[in-house]
Design a protein around this ligand. Structure first.
Ligand SMILES: Cc1cc2nc3c(=O)[nH]c(=O)nc-3n(C[C@H](O)[C@H](O)[C@H](O)COP(=O)(O)OP(=O)(O)OC[C@H]3O[C@@H](n4cnc5c(N)ncnc54)[C@H](O)[C@@H]3O)c2cc1C
Length: 273
């Protein structure tokens, strides 16, 4: 992997004790941004910002990735259709360049370096700090999976939702998945179809060979739950999914974002190079 290259253990940047924690993530007094170590994990960013009722607006599916690692790619997830990828929500970076200089860069300062490093696959410097935009965090999430046996119907519904992205009644998260005939639907790590519909879904997958899932989430707080419920019902009425094969969950914002388990046990992930 590193012939003529260099391997850096970015987790050693975490703090002087080598532990993950609040030293990695410093939220500004007005809570509009956080300064985050390049070696911090996104789950740590979530933990620290949520304590103050704020959070980044756009996420990857898996949160057990470093901030520098995701920003060296793009950081794409279900919020990207509204807010862009994570690299579009960074105000400033500290970068160690190939010449060993530490440069603070942004859209207005050393912008060539800034835009090269964001999505730069580690080829233009090492991100040691990122200033990440924050917004008020919602409390809870209404999370739905809708199934489609026809690709055109599925993509038409997906595009309909995306086209509404700038409206106040836009959904907050949208992804799509393909379900193949290689197991039952509840083998998905994040699946939540009621057991009584699983045989129907399984036979649909067997019959069609492939079934498509639209995954949608709407965020809410105790103050606007009723409005968001109406919004969800109105949305479902407009969509053309397989009726009777929808599933819904109501979870905390934290549980929703942390829905994919860490693939490496945490004690190992801390020391991994
Ligand atoms: C299970 C899994 C799920 C994923 N889900 C998503 C997803 O939903 N959305 C998404 O966008 N991506 C996703 N990814 C891809 C992920 O964003 C990239 O693989 C990212 O690089 C991982 O970060 P890392 O901390 O593991 O980086 P590493 O694997 O440690 O590094 C990857 C590369 O990034 C560069 N890099 C890492 N840190 C820095 C730094 N501080 N400064 C400069 N360059 C650096 C280096 O070139 C390095 O070679 C996923 C990956 C996995 C394994």
């Amino acid at each position: 992997m590193v012939r003529n290259g260099v391997v850096l253990n970015m987790r050693s940047l975490s703090n002087s004790a080598g532990n993950a924690g609040s030293n990695n993530v410093v939220v500004s007094p007005d809570r509009t941004f956080a300064d985050v170590s390049g070696g911090a994990l996104w789950i740590e960013v979530l933990n620290e910002t949520l304590k103050l009722g704020v959070a980044p607006v756009t996420w990857t599916d898996l949160l057990y990735l470093t901030v520098g690692g995701a920003l060296s790619n793009a950081g794409i997830g279900g919020q990207t259709f509204r807010f862009g990828p994570q690299i579009a929500n960074v105000h400033e970076l500290d970068v160690v360049t190939g010449k060993g200089e530490i440069v603070t860069c942004s859209a207005n300062k050393s912008s060539e370096l800034f835009y090269a490093v964001l999505g730069g696959l580690g080829q233009f410097g090492v991100i040691t700090r990122a200033r990440i935009a924050l917004a008020p965090a919602p409390q809870r999430v209404k999370w739905m999976r809708l199934l489609y046996s026809d690709f055109t119907t599925f993509s038409n519904d997906q595009e309909k939702i995306i086209a509404n992205y700038s409206q106040p009644d836009s959904v907050d998260y949208l992804e799509g998945q393909v379900l193949l005939d290689n197991g039952t639907p509840n083998m998905w790590e994040t699946s939540f179809f009621p057991t009584e519909v699983v045989p129907t879904i399984t036979s649909l997958v067997k019959e069609k060979g492939v079934v498509y899932a639209l995954e949608v989430a709407i965020y809410y707080n105790s103050t606007n739950e009723e409005i968001k419920d109406q919004q969800m019902k109105q949305l479902i009425r407009q969509l053309n999914n397989e009726r009777g094969l929808a599933a819904m969950k109501d979870v905390t914002y934290y549980k929703f974002l942390d829905r994919i388990p860490c693939p490496v046990p945490r004690s190992r992930s801390r020391t991994r190079g």
